[in-house]
Design a binder for this molecule. Structure first.
Ligand SMILES: [Fe+2]
Ligand SMILES: [Fe+2]
Length: 287
């Protein structure tokens, strides 16, 4: 299996590629090809060409959750390529898609502005946009779904790490009310490799430890590696330390963080983990 990070926040030394606040993976397996998330702008399409990723050959389109920085390339992808991949999203993907961020001026994320306000950070398409393309939407409500040989999708994560708190500024608008986003549509992909499970994270809003722990218990398998967005960008040093310690106890051999990990957590991982790398735009892993 081959995993290409088509786009994410950092560029490493691949100056010919675009980077952006977002994430997109392409997974090639002997049986099928999977596009997992599509970044923010659709620039992942340009990167795919340069990385020899043929987006005409996407069999499955998976969207980790309904944020603009993971789903922002969906329209451009489906308008550009004459493809009809099987689409998989969490059961509440569209129900939870009216997403906002409340900016309180203290937190400087990509989607915050200088004033206190609710800013829309959801998706720019609806179910009918997808079905008009004659694409079937499969809603995942199983705790664990076998997508293809050695490919599993997980959702409905247990919350065993109480310090992994969802940012209360992340909201869903229901009627005139803004409620804290439960992110119960988030899905995670895992590849069953000879060395153990390789977990691919979108944004980890339910918490990276909650996710990894759930997958480990549900499968009874050892987690060999974790790559992708960890959402530690909002975590304080105490939580980051605890996260690193727990990942060490789980004996995870490969930790490749991307996207919403943040500078502080990235530096702390670098200092404390030998098996750590920045999973930047253009990274190719064979598993
Ligand atoms: Fe994200
Ligand atoms: Fe997100």
């Amino acid at each position: 299996m081959k995993i290409t990070t088509i786009i994410e926040n950092s560029l490493g030394d691949k100056n010919e590629l675009y980077n952006e606040h977002g994430l997109s993976f392409f997974i090639e397996t002997p049986k099928c090809n999977i596009l997992f998330d599509t970044g923010k702008t659709g620039d992942f399409i340009e990167n795919a060409k340069k990385l020899n990723v043929d987006l005409n050959k996407v069999d499955y389109l998976l969207l980790s959750h309904a944020h603009y920085d993971h789903c922002g390339g969906v329209r451009k992808f489906l308008d550009t390529f004459n493809v009809r991949p099987k689409m998989y999203v969490g059961e509440k993907f569209f129900i939870n898609s009216n997403k906002y961020y409340y900016s309180d001026e203290n937190q400087k994320l990509d989607f915050t502005s200088d004033s206190s306000e609710y800013r829309y950070i959801g998706i720019d398409f609806d179910e009918s946009f997808i079905t008009n393309k004659e694409i079937d939407i499969n809603y995942i409500n199983n705790d664990m779904l076998k997508l293809s040989e050695n490919i599993y999708v997980f959702t409905n994560f247990e919350k065993n790490y109480d310090f992994e708190i969802i940012n209360p500024n992340m909201k869903i608008k229901q009627g005139e009310e803004y409620i804290i986003d439960p992110f119960d549509e988030e899905i995670v992909l895992a590849l069953d490799t000879k060395k153990g499970l390789l977990v691919l994270l979108g944004c980890s809003h339910p918490g990276i430890l909650n996710i990894v722990d759930t997958i480990s218990k549900r499968t009874g398998k050892n987690i060999y590696g974790v790559i992708g967005g960890t959402h530690l960008v909002e975590a304080n040093e105490d939580r980051i330390n605890k996260t690193i310690e727990c990942l060490k106890e789980m004996d995870i051999k490969l930790i490749g963080v991307s996207h919403c990990t943040g500078d502080t957590a990235t530096k702390m991982f670098e200092q404390k983990c030998d098996n750590f790398f920045i999973n930047c735009t253009g990274t190719i892993l064979e598993a």
